[in-house]
Design a protein around this ligand. Structure first.
Ligand code: ZN
Length: 125
């Protein structure tokens, strides 16, 4: 069920709002997601709004430079970014949503180590 959530980075400089369904959460095993421990919720841009802190965000890109990883320059937390799988969408780090009990989520595995095959399977669903 779709709901609207508020979220942000750790220090509070970056705040956002997102509407999405936590049944769609993905857990990716690629190099960067493994290190960050991100849980993904991918939404269309109209379901997402930065409330404050756009100027606090720093960008990190690697490999194909399609994904635009954004993180707070003050606290280093990565609340959302533009994913390589859906460059026209926004990928929210569910761990940054307010009041979420992570233990109740049942994320689907995304095999980011084998990114091309995982992405094809994901878009075929
Ligand atoms: Zn911060």
């Amino acid at each position: 069920m779709k709901k609207t959530y508020a979220g942000g980075c750790h220090c509070g400089r970056v705040r956002f709002r997102v509407t999405g369904d936590l049944a769609d959460v993905l857990d990716c095993n690629c190099s960067v997601c493994t290190k960050k421990g991100i849980l993904h919720l991918i939404v269309p841009p109209e379901e997402f709004a930065i409330l404050k802190g756009e100027d606090a965000l720093t960008t990190y890109q690697f490999n194909t430079h399609t994904a635009t990883h954004r993180f707070c320059s003050s606290c280093g937390i990565h609340p959302f970014y533009v994913p390589r799988s859906d460059p026209d969408k926004i990928d929210i780090n569910v761990r940054c949503l307010d009041g979420i009990d992570i233990a109740t989520l049942t994320p689907k595995a995304f095999d980011g180590k084998n990114w091309e095959a995982a992405n094809a399977a994901y878009h075929a669903e």
